[in-house]
Design a protein around this ligand. Structure first.
Ligand SMILES: Cc1ncc(COP(=O)(O)O)c(C=O)c1O
Length: 449
């Protein structure tokens, strides 16, 4: 098909996720045909720097020889075989690698095929665990989630999500969950940050007391809430949540779908606060951003509660057709190896510094409310002084389109411009990314302030 035919069919037949279709059809979005390292190439041959890691999942760039080869070699063996009552070689090898690298105590791996499915697995496991555990079995049907939380778009994950634009319409379909506030970091003001931390952890403690014996899990995105607009938590919050969940005998469920695999400069964000959750969910960067896969890791204690004779009904009756897909597991194994051999975490630390200084040109600008950064996760919040821009202006979207005209692909969340380069992106490309973003933001603000 030629590019014009592709455009016509895209407009006529493809319904894009999280996309306002009426305006999308007039915007002539690039149709990606190819890639080269950290660039995506469209059907017209235009090159775009992938500034958001193809929606926060790419780790090493595109068409990485080692990952391509691993997938091809696996293709020569078998593309897919189920994990329901059978096993396959790459899913076993990957489980071994994940257990070895994960925070202490996470010894069992359950596979799914996208982030939201991995979180659903965690919720169902937690719920069933309390009913079946040996000491004090009880029915607990509540989860605590945090202000700004996003864990996916399925009914269960929306129930523990807090972004009203995504969930309010569906409220009658969702299960009730308990909302708790999140203490935001206050860079440069440690007293204020500590005050927030104390105040909001007290609130969490109150909730745990109030709902004693009913809470099956506290679900948290460690350190950074990405979909909330790169909201960074007060330092020490994760650790306090861990302490409180232990004291109150409640499972801590860490969703590292966005923050895992080097985005915060460690393999897992939990490592920054020496936290071992009871359940850890991984996806996105797990395969280096190549293929869909999720892994929900749990402790022996949880796993053991599901053991019993088949007729006892303790089995975890959950699974997906492509659970533990061998191609995806082979990609994940190759990606983990590359994180080590290329010292991607060191690169990620350098990127942090480069981006921090690369964004200096508009620090203090009247149209920039805040720049939030943790590792290679960056949110630039635009506003008109104290006021937000009128939503009809779509200021964030204008920036995305301007960047695209200048050869950089990004995605905004409302008026927050999100930069999420691959943790292995070369430093000089991150410098280009910052230049383009700065120029584009300043141009768009010039038209709208
Ligand atoms: C923290 C977090 N959890 C869950 C998800 C859902 O993952 P998926 O889109 O693969 O279902 C996302 C997606 O952005 C996420 O950022």
């Amino acid at each position: 098909m030629n590019p014009e035919q592709l455009r016509q069919i895209d407009n006529n037949s493809v319904w894009h996720p999280f996309t306002a279709m009426a305006s999308y059809r007039d915007e002539h979005a690039p149709i990606i045909a190819n890639a080269d390292g950290f660039h995506l190439i469209d059907t017209a041959g235009r090159r775009y720097l992938d500034g958001h890691s193809s929606l926060w999942c790419n780790i090493h760039g595109h068409r990485v020889p080692e990952i391509d080869t691993a997938i091809r070699e696996q293709l020569n063996q078998v593309a897919h075989s189920t994990l329901l009552g059978l096993s396959n070689v790459p899913s076993i090898e990957l489980a071994d690698e994940l257990v070895r690298r994960a925070p202490n105590g996470l010894t069992k791996v359950f596979y799914a095929d996208c982030g939201a499915a991995g979180v659903e697995v965690a919720l169902k496991m937690a719920y069933q665990y309390y009913q079946q555990r040996e000491s004090h079995p009880e029915s607990r049907n509540k989860f605590i989630y945090f202000d700004g939380a996003y864990h996916g778009d399925t009914i269960g994950t929306m129930s523990i999500g807090s972004i009203s634009r995504f969930k309010n319409l569906f409220a009658p379909l969702l299960f009730p969950a308990v909302w708790s506030s999140t203490p935001a970091a206050a860079p440069g003001d440690p007293d204020r940050e500590r005050e927030r931390l104390v105040h909001w952890t007290q609130q969490l403690e109150q909730l745990l007391t109030e709902h004693r014996g009913q809470i099956a899990g506290v679900v948290i995105e460690p350190l950074v809430q990405a979909a909330a607009g790169i909201k960074i938590q007060a330092s020490g919050f994760l650790q306090r949540v861990r302490e409180l969940t232990r004291q109150h005998d409640v499972l801590l469920i860490a969703d590292e779908i966005a923050v895992g695999f080097g985005r915060t400069e460690k393999l897992f964000a939990c490592e920054h606060e020496n936290v071992s959750p009871d359940i850890l969910i991984l996806s996105k960067g797990l395969t280096g951003g190549y293929l869909p896969l999720a892994a929900t890791l749990v402790t022996d204690e949880i796993y053991n509660a599901f053991l019993g004779e088949p007729w006892e009904g303790k089995t975890f009756y959950h699974g997906h057709t492509y659970t533990g897909n061998p191609l995806a597991c082979a990609a994940a194994l190759a990606s983990l190896k590359l994180i080590d051999t290329n010292d991607v975490l060191a690169n990620s630390r350098e990127l942090d510094v480069t981006i921090r200084s690369g964004l200096n040109p508009f620090r203090g600008n009247a149209g920039v409310r805040e720049i939030r950064q943790r590792g290679v996760m960056v949110g630039i919040e635009l506003a008109k002084g104290d006021q937000s821009f009128s939503p009809e202006l779509r200021v964030g979207h204008q920036v995305t389109l301007t960047c695209r005209d200048r050869g950089v692909i990004l995605r905004n969340i409302g008026d927050v411009i999100v930069l999420m380069p691959a943790p292995a992106m070369p430093i000089e490309l991150a410098t280009v990314l910052c230049h383009v973003v700065c120029d584009s933001v300043l141009d768009v603000l010039g038209r709208n302030l």
